[in-house]
Design a protein around this ligand. Structure first.
Ligand SMILES: [Fe+2]
Length: 347
């Protein structure tokens, strides 16, 4: 078998823009569910249980003693609407399982078959973005977020060694943001060491079809610049829908911010797993050609050694911090350039 050398962080295709993706009825359904089924937690709160726990590993060593959570974290709230074939809100069944999302996702790779994976939303008011660019977590036969830490999945993608076990994905990202003050989407379609491109707001029912597990990208800061700080933001802050179509961010009963549709920025995010043909589906479903951590670590160590690195084989690779640091270093890559109109927001 011959394989074509490809930079691991160049997508199958640059984002494809689709205007007016959802029908008015679908938009109504999506907004109704989000308004009715809250309150919703910060993205961060899905991963950390306290502000202290988060700040202990983030924010840098020379963090000021009076640092606030919102110095490091954008006030973006997230809800999972469906995942892995299970719809959490039955109103969304037909959207999640519908042909429109799946056929759109399949078209990016020309894949014959596919299955709906996640459907979630991110919602915020005016806000900073401290995202320096990231790629969505990859999925491999036998290994994915369900059994493997994010750091290892990221190294697997960056190394390019595991492409033949990769389960292809495509994302259908649909944006709702009326404000044209910043708020775009930066992406690096030629790889992280090349110049980025961007799609600029406003958006309303504007879809980007993307290969985000193979492309660095980020949400830009958005909305009125004098409204982007949330000094009272806490890991327990929640987003509530309130009368008049407005949104309220609250710490318990205390409102710390209210905003309306003009200041809303919302992303509806769908991912599908994709398969070239029936054999590809069977390999995935029958687990006849799965990766496991021993094989992955063996291949990574062989690769580093073949390129001149001295590698000591760790006893417990998954938890050996020196080994993890060596992998992270060896396969390091990150965006270098940012659009002049959307510079990196750093504290
Ligand atoms: Fe992403």
């Amino acid at each position: 078998m011959t394989t074509i050398e490809r930079h691991p962080m160049i997508p199958i295709a640059p984002p494809v823009l689709i205007e007016d993706f959802y029908t008015p009825e679908e938009i109504d359904t999506i907004f109704s569910v989000i308004r009715a089924k809250g309150p919703w937690r910060l993205i961060l709160a899905h991963h950390f249980s306290s502000t202290e726990e988060y700040l202990a590993i983030s924010g840098g060593k020379d963090r000021k003693p009076d640092a606030k959570l919102s110095d490091f974290v954008a006030p973006v709230f997230r809800g999972f609407l469906a995942n892995d074939g299970v719809v959490f809100h039955p109103e969304l069944h037909d959207i999640y399982f519908g042909r429109k999302l799946l056929d759109t996702a399949r078209s990016l790779h020309g894949a014959k078959y596919g299955m709906a994976h996640d459907l979630l939303f991110n919602l915020c008011g005016p806000s900073h973005s401290f995202d320096a660019g990231h790629f969505d977590t990859g999925r491999f036969r036998g290994m994915g977020l369900f059994n493997t830490p994010i750091w290892l999945l990221a190294i697997m993608t960056k190394s390019g060694l595991f492409d033949e076990w990769e389960v292809k994905t495509a994302q259908v990202l649909t944006y709702f943001a009326r404000s044209d003050v910043d708020g775009g989407f930066t992406y690096w379609p030629q790889g992280p060491d090349k110049a980025p491109e961007r799609l600029t707001a406003p958006f309303w029912n504007t879809t980007f079809l993307t290969d985000n597990s193979r492309m660095y990208h980020r949400r830009e800061a958005n909305g009125r610049r004098d409204q982007r700080d949330y000094p009272e933001l806490d890991i327990t802050s929640e987003l509530h829908a309130v009368d008049g179509g407005e949104w309220s961010i609250r710490n318990g009963d205390k409102e710390i911010r209210r905003f309306g549709e003009d200041d809303l920025r919302m992303l509806v995010h769908y991912t599908a797993l994709l398969f070239d043909d029936v054999a590809d589906v069977r390999r995935f479903q029958d687990h006849t050609d799965d990766l496991d951590p021993d094989k992955v670590f063996g291949m990574l160590i062989d690769d580093m050694r073949s390129k001149g690195a001295t590698v000591e084989v760790p006893g417990d690779a998954m938890n050996d911090t020196a080994f993890i640091a060596q992998l992270t270093d060896f396969y390091a890559m990150a965006p270098r350039e940012y659009p002049a109109e959307a510079p990196l927001d750093v504290r």
